[in-house]
Design a binder for this molecule. Structure first.
Ligand code: F6R
Length: 256
């Protein structure tokens, strides 16, 4: 894992955006894994401002709430259209987001996995992290080899996400999410975390034992993970001096 600590979220997002832009420019038909929530918003704004060519880019989103129609204000379909897709020249046919209204969820999930494989796998997977360590909506105790499937949100996640819905009661109980095994097959994972409320989950994910109690800790088993943090999210890490040294001493060819 590469841990990149920046003075603030804006600096971290600018760097992460460069990583995405580099891939989009280099690999015409790249496949990106997308995330939603507060964390990726500034990164998406950076990417929009870069005026990249998205015509041949394919995307797969991590998750969607079960029961929400694409046009629902809090659906992740709506989120992606508002915050990224309608502002870039991506082809609609190349966008994949789990269907919250799917009738047969297991069949839908198997098809989603198949579509990822048919696209050649995910080149770069963007991830946020829940305060409980979830990635996608793989909540604590999720199997570390899980595939796309239905999951039940923890009370903590429903509480965290109540800010989008106006009340906790309005937050759906179920989601469709890529599994940890699915995420682990992406060729490169980029995890973003900002703010003090992510510090514990980040410390456990990066420096704790690999455990289903912190699903993001599974990323320790992945050969290419870049973690972008602001100072607050990095505040509970033990080896910060080492991470900064590694980053500052990078040879030019390794720089983002
Ligand atoms: C969203 C997702 C989640 C979020 C996580 C953090 O697609 O997969 O894992 O990344 O819940 O959410 P925010 O960014 O709102 O703190």
């Amino acid at each position: 894992m590469e841990i990149i600590i920046q003075p603030d979220a804006a600096a971290a997002n600018a760097l992460a955006a460069r990583l995405f832009a580099k891939l989009i420019r280099k690999k015409e038909k790249c496949v990106l894994g997308m995330a939603t929530g507060s964390t990726p918003l500034a990164l998406y704004r950076e990417l929009i401002a870069m005026d990249l060519d998205w015509r041949k880019v394919t995307t797969f989103n991590l998750d969607e709430y079960v029961g929400l129609a694409p046009e629902h204000l809090q659906s992740y379909h709506r989120f992606m259209w508002e915050n990224l897709f309608r502002r870039v020249n991506i082809a609609k046919k190349n966008i994949h987001i789990p269907d919250g209204l799917a009738k047969g969820i297991p069949v839908f999930c198997a098809k989603y996995e198949k579509q990822i494989r048919a696209a050649g796998g995910i080149d770069l997977q963007l991830l946020g992290i829940g305060t409980d360590g979830h990635i996608g909506f793989n909540e604590p105790t999720s199997s570390l080899t899980s595939r796309t499937r239905i999951k039940t949100l923890t009370p903590q996640t429903r509480k965290d996400n109540a800010r989008f819905f106006g009340s906790e009661d309005a937050v759906p109980h179920h989601v469709i999410t890529m599994g940890i095994g699915t995420i682990m097959e992406a060729r490169h994972c980029v995890l973003l975390a900002f703010g003090k409320n992510k510090a514990r989950a980040i410390a456990e994910a990066v420096e704790g034992p690999i455990t289903a109690m912190n699903p993001a800790s599974a990323l320790q088993m992945h050969s290419k993970v870049t973690v972008f943090l602001d100072e607050a999210a990095a505040s509970k890490l033990k080896l910060t001096a080492y991470y900064r040294w590694v980053y500052d001493s990078k040879p030019d060819w390794q720089k983002i």
